[in-house]
Ligand binder design. Structure first.
Ligand SMILES: [Fe+2]
Ligand SMILES: [Fe+2]
Length: 164
């Protein structure tokens, strides 16, 4: 699809984040399974549920545009996933993997926050107030998820890692 107008940019960005969110569903499942740490597993599972909600909201925005939901391959998220996969294949100790997983998850949140912040702004500029409000809801949940991940990372007991 050509992207020449702000409206086309909006659609492009919407399709990009729609792809990313769908990819993240599987990733969050894997992250929850890879940890023995109950609180971290719960955080990943809860964010997976929120991610389903993000996808539903994106579908509402597609409907407002009068368009079927479409995915545009998001190389940014794909790259983060591949980078993380390479690390998992290096077979880190469980505690090291926890920290690596929290880091990878934080990186995806930063990506999503940038995407939703700018999508909401574009929606407002295009006079699509309702779509802007919906995108803001996703933005706020991503910001809260990032804070939660940052807390879990800073509270993590590093001692086993440092001792190794
Ligand atoms: Fe999301
Ligand atoms: Fe997220």
């Amino acid at each position: 699809m050509a992207v020449t107008s702000a409206k086309e940019l909006f659609t492009h960005e919407l399709e990009d984040i729609y792809y990313a969110e769908n990819e993240l569903l599987d990733v969050l499942d894997q992250l929850a399974e890879q940890t023995e740490h109950e609180e971290i597993a719960r955080a990943f599972r809860e964010h997976r549920e929120e991610t389903e909600g993000h996808i539903d909201r994106l579908e509402e925005v597609f409907e407002m545009l009068g368009q079927e939901p479409e995915e545009e391959e998001c190389e940014g998220i794909q790259g983060l996933i591949e980078e993380h996969q390479e690390l998992v294949e290096m077979d880190p100790d469980p505690e090291v993997l926890d920290v690596a997983n929290l880091t990878a998850a934080q990186k995806t949140e930063h990506y999503e926050i940038a995407a939703y912040g700018n999508l909401a702004l574009l929606a407002d500029r295009l006079g699509m107030d309702e779509a802007g409000d919906i995108l803001h809801e996703n933005l706020e949940e991503e910001e809260a998820a990032l804070e939660k991940l940052k807390d879990l990372t800073s509270e993590y007991d590093y001692e086993p890692i440092v001792a190794a």
